[in-house]
Design a protein around this ligand. Structure first.
Ligand SMILES: *Cc1c(COP(=O)(O)O)cnc(C)c1O
Length: 399
């Protein structure tokens, strides 16, 4: 099936060069990299090369890279490690707009005697650094804040946040799953202690990720067993995945500048054309501080799910809310935290591009979207009627 894939913040396709790099490690190179024989040594060497490639993308030292199974594991491991390393501190600061891989860990920690501050965001999805500053105490073990939001693309001022966190002696973890490969990163000059990334968001396969752990940060592993990853993550290495992640990192670094410039142009053309052609819609998020590949647009008086179904008929893949919460008709926790009016909250769609997105694909979306919105609005008894729409929503929600 030929699809127009504009859902790259949910996952990306494996780059053919990544697959090619992985193939030998799914076939003839199958030894255990920890084995003493030369065969095992060849595998250990492949893991080392991948570690160098990923370190180069992050501006990190190779010894600071811990391979994980996914972004979710990285987030879990970082949060647990920070708490285990400072057992006397019982407070965590995060935000209301984090990915569930952070939010749900924090919610569970609340049941285990930790107190958690969930920082609010304004209508652009941006944080208030004064609120952060006021929340930091000597009891704060960890501040965990995402680099860029997966739903709106809003980018947080990570280094400004980090300076404040470091002043109070807390550890600083950043979920950078959406930032890696889209923004230039340099851990050498950063205030970040731990940083999560995931392979399948940067054209490597699913099931591989990494956690950056700054040298000198006390780290306790989540998975306990063998001594792999310098004792920071037990379990025989996923060598094909690691090799793929290394290759993907190399390609991201190679393409970063030109690909993000192109994606930004395509994204802006899509956004501006839709805004011009379709009445009653607006962009959600901080448009001045935003990932180059993401646009989240709220279309008033209609349901995002209905838009997705009609887009799907044209083979166009987009998203409403995050994949993890879709399936329910609950509006996205991110858009809710931004305090969006009810009229837009339910009709918001995210388009997320990648370096494979073409001009023709954007043309196609620009062609079909106005018809889709017009058709759905024609069916909506509440077009241009905020009060009526609001009332219909409260009826739906009361069932
Ligand atoms: C996708 C995503 C994750 C989870 O990564 P997985 O590899 O799918 O577990 C975490 N945080 C953010 C911001 C994401 O976009």
């Amino acid at each position: 099936m030929s699809v127009i894939y504009l859902d790259n913040n949910a996952t990306t396709k494996v780059d053919p060069q990544v697959l090619e790099a992985m193939m030998p490690y799914l076939t003839e190179y199958y030894a255990n990299p920890s084995s003493m024989h030369t065969f095992g040594g060849q595998l250990a060497k492949a893991v080392r090369t991948a570690r160098e490639q990923l370190a180069a993308l992050l501006g990190a030292d190779e010894s600071e890279i811990v391979f994980t199974s996914c972004g979710t594991e990285g987030d879990n491991a970082a949060i647990r490690a920070a708490l285990l390393a400072q057992p006397e501190k019982r407070h965590i600061i995060t935000t209301q707009v984090e990915h569930p891989a952070v939010l749900n860990v924090c919610k569970q920690l609340e049941t285990q005697g930790y107190s958690v501050t969930y920082l609010s965001v304004n209508s652009q999805g941006q944080l208030d650094l004064d609120e952060l500053e006021a929340s930091l105490t000597g009891n704060t073990a960890l501040v965990s804040i995402m680099y860029a939001n997966n739903e709106t693309g809003t980018v947080f001022p990570i280094e400004q946040i980090g300076l404040r966190v470091k002043e109070r002696g807390a550890l600083f973890h950043v979920d950078a799953v959406q930032a890696v490969g889209k923004l230039p990163l340099n851990m050498k000059t950063s205030t970040v202690d731990m940083l999560t990334m995931s392979g399948h968001k940067i054209h490597a396969p699913k099931g591989i990720g990494a956690l950056y752990v700054r040298r000198g940060v006390r780290f306790r592993p989540l998975l306990i067993g063998g001594h792999q990853e310098r004792g920071r993550r037990a379990g025989t290495e996923n060598v094909p995945g690691i090799v793929g992640l290394g290759k993907a990192a190399e390609l991201e670094l190679l393409h970063l500048e030109e690909a993000t410039k192109r994606e930004r142009q395509l994204r802006d053309r899509l956004e501006q054309t839709l805004l011009a052609k379709i009445p009653d819609c607006e962009v959600n998020g901080d448009v001045k501080n935003r990932l180059p590949n993401t646009t989240n647009i709220g279309f008033k008086y209609i349901e995002g799910e209905a838009i997705l179904l009609l887009l799907n008929k044209h083979g166009i893949c987009a998203s409403s809310g995050s994949a993890c919460t879709s399936g329910s008709l609950e509006p996205s926790h991110v858009l809710r935290a931004m305090g969006l009016p009810y009229t837009t909250l339910h009709g918001s769609i995210r388009f997320s591009l990648c370096r494979y997105t073409t001009d023709a694909e954007i043309d196609r979306v620009i062609e079909v979207m106005p018809e889709i919105v017009e058709r759905l609005r024609a069916l909506s008894p509440f077009k241009n009627d905020d009060a009526g729409w609001l009332q219909s929503q409260s009826l739906v929600n009361s069932h």
